[in-house]
Design a protein around this ligand. Sequence first.
Ligand code: AHR
Length: 351
Amino acid sequence: MDEKYINWKTEGIFRLGSAALCLFLLVFTCGCGIFSSVSVEDAEGDGYGGENDNLVVVGFSQIGSESVWRTAHTASIQAALTKENGYFLIFDNARQKQENQIKALRSFISQRVDYIVFSPVTESGWDTVLEEAKEAGIPVILMDRMVDVEDDSLYTTWIGPDTEEEGRKAGRWLEEYLKMSGRQKEDINIVVLQGTLSSSSQRGRSAGFAEIANRYVNWHILGQRSGEFTVAKGKEVMEQFLEKYPDIDVVVSQNDDMTFGAVEAIEESGRKVGRDGGIIILSFDAVKDALRMVETGQIAVDVECNPEQGEYLAEVIGILERGEKLEKAYVVEEKVFTMENVSKYMNDRSY
Ligand code: AHR
């Protein structure tokens, strides 16, 4: 997939397009009030029309609010698609259910929004509703996660993280750490706290990490189970792992919320976390509270998943509005945080 993905920064299209976008937004936002997004229900009633006629209407179906990351992702989109910036945003929270997302998408179609934006909870099962959007002539922009459809003309473009690479980054860190600490020949027992099964973040991170793990006969993945990207479920699954596998060396936790739960479970069981003889935690997302745990050594490495995608979305809509050439995928930039580098990034984090 790598070659078809365009690196945001190296392409530089957004920097080039930003002056034109500002001009566009200036023209379209004169006289518009301060942003507030409305729910699908409000929009179906008397939400837009009249004074909002000149705004670009965007229906956004978010997966839910399962994690700190998700809340930051929603906030980033709401902050970018404001009335001041020329948008009328209809927001729907699907509460982790695909059927709710499909319902929201159909509602956006019947309201004839200008753009449909959604983060698909899982990858499959979207063909029919996306065909309906295509027939209605409404461009669909995927964010964060991907869909698994045979016909990729069913969506216009995708903006999100390369989750497979995130998984590889975690694996490479472990590889390097074991070498540096002279443990490369030891048996390493690993458990994986997976995110929502069949979501692209779960699949990508699992595949990327497995690619590195498969190179080592002494890395043993003892168990993989879903903690559904939440603190409570992460804790519950970690408790089960601790009971079943007494000799865990490494936990790969596919998001920070599950990590918070897992660390609690480990410490309550009387075991330690950390590089000094504790269970080594590899986490994903890099939200502020988790970066604090990187600083204290409770999390050994946190691979960033960047939720600040709202500006990118505004740029993509700008490209579409101007009728310019669009790429099929835009990958957001991400870092890797360890005790060695985390302090210089702590103050930048708003989430
Ligand atoms: O799809 C991104 C993942 O979904 C984030 O890692 C997780 O925190 C979120 O809920």
